[in-house]
Design a protein around this ligand. Structure first.
Ligand code: TYD
Length: 139
């Protein structure tokens, strides 16, 4: 995959004076079935999360609260997305190096994943990640 396969998904937003509501259905608002949900919270100022790619996992990252940056890299170019709205999700397909940083105080990031946790799915070696990528984003 390349950065061309990444996109910001505008999730449904039900405006209500009692408070707004947003929802996500797997295979409907996002192009995969949700196998796992996890969230990252209590991030101390200046900390960086991620710093790896996945071989198979597709994911959607949502800033449920606060803001943070996601730096994506397909081995050829890098792009930074800032997430700061709970009705936007960043779709990151498999095979993209990603890092999360600049977490605001009390930020809460939710990640919907297409796979169950599998440590074998992680790619931690950036040099190898780049070396194994061809111009079409195949690895
Ligand atoms: P990791 O994916 O490396 O966090 P991040 O990329 O956000 O910095 O996960 C951190 C630790 O948590 C690692 O030891 C694996 C464990 N973990 C699970 O056991 N299950 C999960 O679903 C996730 C995402 C992580």
């Amino acid at each position: 995959m390349t950065l061309n396969n990444v996109r910001v998904i505008h999730l449904p937003k039900i405006l209500d004076r009692r408070g707004n509501l947003t929802f996500i259905e797997g295979n409907n608002h996002i192009p995969f079935e949700i196998k796992r949900t996890y969230w990252i919270y209590d991030v101390p100022g200046g900390e960086i999360r991620g710093g790896h790619a996945f071989k198979e996992q597709d994911e959607l990252i949502v800033a449920l609260s606060g803001s943070f940056d996601i730096v994506l890299d397909d081995g050829f170019e890098k792009k930074t997305y800032q997430l700061n709205r709970s009705y936007y999700g960043l779709y990151v397909p498999k095979g993209i190096w990603r890092q999360m940083e600049n977490f605001s105080t009390n930020s809460l990031s939710m990640i919907l994943a297409s796979t169950a946790f599998n440590k074998e799915d992680y790619i931690f070696d950036y040099e190898l990640f780049c070396k194994n990528k061809d111009q079409n984003g195949r690895s």
